[in-house]
Design a protein around this ligand. Structure first.
Ligand code: APR
Ligand code: ZN
Length: 272
């Protein structure tokens, strides 16, 4: 903990007195699980252009034009999601929930790692890659992350070539109406999920942990601003400066996988 001991202690003190603490999470939370962020050097938006592939239509037309170009990126994502496990930062959030301190986790991440670490009050405003949704009847079904990715990879390996048609053939079919399903994630231009609920939390929380997010994407990036307006203390954990500096009360320039367990340890130490 050394270098930022004071900030860790300050965060622990604030959280130990909180009655309605929340966390707002971004891709940085999963970076230590081996899943690249979007905007860090080498991140996903360095590999592909979000304007081109960030929308459903854009992704389909990019696959139609040149699927082979996107294949290595797709395989890289599959590898990351197959090897990833939740990290000590995810676990610390689950601990804070178990300690009765954290009321909810609002996450922009779609990787299911908060739930796999034990958090049960997770609001996924950008959806979940491992919840499939039927394009016709809207039915959803959860798939087990690692086995689902393995199955996709096996089908990919068996393909002599890769095109839009091949990509579409990987989509699971609905058990109810046999139509095609797609991952229930929010692409650019689509409605963010659970927005009223997430705003309600932002407006009633007394402490918001803002974790591993650059604050580039709205409306999600409003949550810490709303929380601050409503009088919450804002604790930001992120190794680099980010959009939330103006509303930050305690800034911890560390990785979440290091800072969060240190904060939990400090809260437990103070309780004795
Ligand atoms: N611990 C904490 N923060 C980290 C870590 C880490 N180990 N590694 C990276 N970060 C920080 C980076 O400094 C950066 O500020 O995480 C942030 C990641 O920012 P982005 O890549 O912009 O990801 P995010 O803020 O989640 O993006 C929001 O943009 O493209 C959309 O839908 C996508 O949900 C995503 C949204
Ligand atoms: Zn269906």
């Amino acid at each position: 903990m050394g270098q930022y001991r004071k900030e860790i202690e300050e965060a622990a003190k604030i959280l130990s007195k909180a009655t309605r603490a929340s966390a707002f999470c971004g891709a940085g939370n999963s970076e230590e699980s081996g899943i690249a962020t979007f905007r860090d050097p080498g991140g996903l938006w360095d590999q592909v252009d979000p304007i081109e592939v960030g929308t459903a239509e854009g992704l389909i037309s990019a696959l139609d034009r040149n699927a082979e170009k996107l294949l290595p990126v797709f395989i890289g994502i599959l590898n990351a999601f197959e090897q990833a496990d939740h990290n000590p930062g995810h676990k610390a959030l689950a601990d804070l929930e178990a300690m009765g301190i954290l009321m909810s986790v609002i996450t922009q991440n779609v990787d299911n790692l908060h739930q796999e670490a034990g958090s049960s009050k997770v609001i996924e405003v950008h959806g979940n890659l491992f919840r499939m949704k039927c394009l016709s009847c809207g039915c959803t079904k959860n798939v087990e992350r690692k086995s689902f990715v393995r199955e996709i990879r096996e089908k990919l390996n068996a393909m002599a070539e890769f095109s839009l048609t091949h990509m579409v053939s990987l989509a699971p079919l609905c058990d109810t109406c046999s139509s095609m399903m797609r991952p229930d994630v929010v692409m650019f231009g689509e409605a963010v999920q659970h927005l009223p609920r997430a705003f309600g939390i932002a407006q009633s929380t007394d402490v918001m942990l803002v974790l591993g997010t650059s604050g580039n994407v709205y409306p999600a990036a409003y949550f810490p601003i709303e929380a601050k307006k409503a009088g919450a203390r804002i604790i930001v954990i992120n190794p680099t400066e980010n959009a939330f500096s103006p509303v930050t009360d305690v800034y911890i320039p560390m990785k979440t996988g290091e800072a969060l367990p240190a904060i939990v340890g400090k809260i437990k130490e103070m309780a004795h």
